[in-house]
Design a protein around this ligand. Structure first.
Ligand code: F6P
Length: 335
């Protein structure tokens, strides 16, 4: 069984780089570990590229061994560090990055990150032909080509702990809480945690809800003797929008005393869940095997328990879609 793919040892590719980029996500370390150990299993030399594309441009690149990734499977964040690089968005920046890869003899790369990471990876592949395989790593879960991105499960569980804690104080004081969660332009974190946290509503970009609609939901709760309520708000383009929403609701609905909590970056940290560790381990292994099989310019993900390779362009363009069934569940069960 273990030998099934051993012909991949014959691949001419010898040096494989790995980096993490964009917002960090729990499970990135487990994935780096998987990439490093799989590469070594196939007799290849793994290299860590530090601080994402910034480190690639600056040649911040070092060999990694089996033991350099010991004891990290349980750690949030990323030992390779991460960055958002504006320099890499320029042709000049990508040229410098490619020259550094060449200087270190790196022939293929595993990129762990989100949409910005994959836009960059696609550009580097188009311009220089270097094989790059992506692993979806972002708490936002907004990439097409996978059911779950690394970090999403952990982030939703972190949010859920906070929602449960806020519910205690909301009930004690008969208050309405607006809890703002991350996700940039997508409502995955908000919808899932609203259902699991028993919230009255999820305000997400994928399901337009006016202030009047929201007040309607809250009013019907107050008529049926609710004494406190929780509204989970997806941050949208900018963090802090929930304050404005709370202000508008308060103007015409004064049944509750109201508070706002913005959960912020606490959602990005913490030890990855079992689910994220296993997903990270599988995708890291598959990414290296994809390189040795000659794949390039694709992201590897799991869809309905099957491995799927999605071209970077499509993963970024199509985005992951919210399941309308979950919106229905959220609305019916919050009456
Ligand atoms: O993409 C991950 C994410 O955490 C988003 O949910 C959030 O909008 C953004 O990153 C925050 O980015 P930064 O850490 O750069 O402020």
């Amino acid at each position: 069984m273990l030998q099934k793919m051993d012909h991949l040892k014959e691949s001419k590719i010898q040096k494989i780089g790995v980096f993490t980029s964009g917002g960090d996500a729990p499970g990135m370390n487990a994935c780096v570990r998987a990439v490093v150990r799989t590469a070594i299993y196939y007799g290849k030399e793994p290299y860590g590229i530090y601080r994402g594309y910034e480190g690639m441009i600056e040649g911040d690149i070092n060999p990694l061994g089996v033991r350099s990734v010991s004891g990290i499977i349980n750690q949030g964040g990323t030992i390779l560090k991460s960055a958002r690089s504006s320099r890499f968005m320029t042709e000049e920046g990508r040229k410098e990055a490619f020259e550094q890869l060449q200087k270190h003899g790196i022939e293929a790369v595993v990129a762990i990150g989100g949409d910005g990471t994959f836009k960059g990876a696609h550009a580097l592949y188009e311009e220089y032909g270097i094989p790059i395989i992506g692993v979806p790593g972002t708490i936002d879960n907004d990439l097409a080509g996978c059911d779950y991105t690394l970090g999403y499960d952990t982030a939703t569980n972190t949010v859920l702990h906070s929602i449960d804690a806020i519910r205690d104080t909301a009930q004690s004081h008969n208050r309405l809480f607006f809890i703002e969660v991350m996700g940039r332009n997508s409502g995955f974190i908000a919808l899932r945690t609203a259902i699991a946290g028993g919230a009255e509503a999820a305000v997400i970009p994928e399901d337009e809800m006016t202030v009047e609609d929201l007040i309607g939901v809250l009013e019907s709760g107050s008529h049926s003797n609710k004494t406190s309520s929780l509204v989970i708000v997806a941050e949208g383009k900018e963090s802090g929008n929930s304050f404005e929403l709370a202000r508008k609701v308060r103007q015409s609905f004064s049944y509750y005393d109201t508070r706002v909590t913005v959960l912020g970056h606490v959602q990005r940290g913490g030890s990855p869940t079992c689910f994220d560790r296993i997903l990270a381990s599988r995708l890291g292994l598959l990414a290296v095997e994809a390189i040795l099989e000659g794949k390039k310019d694709v992201m590897v993900g799991m869809i309905h328990r099957h491995v799927a390779y999605t071209p970077f362009e499509e993963a970024v363009r199509s985005r992951n879609e919210i399941d309308p069934e979950l919106i229905r569940v959220s609305k019916i069960l919050s009456i």
